[in-house]
Design a protein around this ligand. Structure first.
Ligand code: KG4
Ligand code: ZN
Length: 358
């Protein structure tokens, strides 16, 4: 009954999320409004549209999470909200709402870093001690970092261009996979995983990115260009219109998935060796946490398992529900910060969002 309670609010991209958690990470109430369907129709996120949808939904999403939890705002120990990184217009709505809310109810405010929240969500579910290695792979994120503490992250690598989920989505769109009956409701990454099951990954040979670059960064734009060239060539050979290829779509999907997996696995392997050489991970049961929408891909997981088994790391993937953007992960980061007394602000302090913070 005396557990501290945190309200978490997320609006950094295309999900309006809120959740109330207690100190042990029990979810007392949550609510999520996804804009994915709207953005799918326009072929990508238009920031002003995302902003308007956050504005229309934030109030009732927060109200719903609070009502489901049965917690009165006056009993909250703090309100935690994503302030970076993300779309400036989207972040602004969550921050404006939160600043008004904490002033109205006189509650402490905890600004949250969206990527740090992704990285720490696993600790809500498993007793993973610091430090651990984390690989975040989604439609908007791609990074490798050592989580050393609640507010202590060592960034080992990030994508120099686009994120792997974005690449898979764009390849899927180029192939018009939504027109395939079995893929009509799937995300690009899911569609590619499904078709790849019946494909020959060796029929097309895409070069694994950054083979000669001695760091832990990622790059997917060059690979996507190679894939697009192959698709265009095939369409020309068959004399068909763009986006109507059928003959070797499974093979292209398999080769795409294979190359993305190989790139992720190689960079992760490099990061593990770097961590070992520099004593960055504990010698007993070191852990790799993999999170983000792309982490639900079984082929990619298998590739990462090969790496963790050969290097003696323990691999943890939170369930898909906790890998994607929501208010729960933000509230959990608030709980972790509250426990350590880190980054807790009085309601009167003006906080600004930082769209491009690292
Ligand atoms: O974390 P997430 O839900 O949202 C954001 O990126 O904000 O990740 C969505 C991404 C999409 O790009 C989607 O294509 C990809 O994750 N994804 C997958 C799979 N399921 C979702 N990629 C590969 N294989 C999957 N099974
Ligand atoms: Zn995210």
């Amino acid at each position: 009954a005396c557990s501290r309670l945190v309200l978490g609010i997320e609006t950094s991209c295309d999900d309006t999320g809120a959740a109330v958690l207690d100190e042990r990470g029990a979810i007392l109430g949550e609510s999520l409004h996804s804009q994915k369907e709207v953005h799918l129709r326009t072929g990508g996120i238009i920031p002003t549209v995302a902003q308007q949808l956050h504005r229309e939904n934030i109030e009732h999403v927060v109200q719903e999470a609070l009502e489901r939890s049965g917690v009165d705002p006056s009993h909250l120990s703090a309100v935690a909200t994503t302030v970076k990184p993300g779309l400036a217009l989207s972040l602004g709505i969550g921050l404006e709402f939160s600043q008004r809310f904490v002033r109205q109810h006189n509650r402490p405010f905890i600004p949250i870093h969206h990527m740090e929240a992704h990285a720490l969500t696993v600790r809500m579910l498993h007793p993973v001690a610091f430090p651990f290695l984390v690989l975040l792979i989604s439609g908007g994120h791609s990074l490798l970092a050592v989580a050393r503490g609640v507010d202590d992250f060592l960034l080992l690598g990030h994508s120099l261009d686009e994120a792997p989920g974005d690449t898979l989505d764009k390849v899927a769109r180029r192939l018009s996979l939504r027109k395939h009956p079995q893929c009509s409701t799937l995300s690009g990454g899911q569609a590619i995983e499904l078709l790849a099951k019946n494909g020959d990954k060796k029929r097309f040979n895409f070069r694994t990115p950054m083979g000669q670059t001695p760091d832990c960064c990622f790059s997917f734009a060059g690979l996507r260009n190679d894939i697009t060239i192959t698709i265009t060539k095939k369409e020309k050979e068959e004399g068909i219109e763009q986006g109507t290829l059928l003959s070797c779509v499974n093979d292209i999907a398999a080769a795409t998935q294979h190359t993305v997996a190989a790139h992720l696995a190689k960079r992760t392997h490099r990061a593990i060796l770097f961590c070992k050489a520099n004593g960055l991970l504990p010698s007993s049961s070191p852990t790799l946490v993999v999170s983000g929408g792309v982490a639900s891909n079984q082929y990619i997981r298998k590739a990462l398992t090969v790496i963790t088994e050969s290097t003696g790391l323990h691999l943890l993937c939170p369930p898909a529900k906790f890998c994607t953007d929501n208010g729960v992960m933000i509230a959990w980061n608030g709980v972790e910060r509250l426990r350590e007394g880190k980054g807790i602000l009085s309601p009167n302090i003006d906080v600004h969002y930082e769209p491009k913070a690292p």
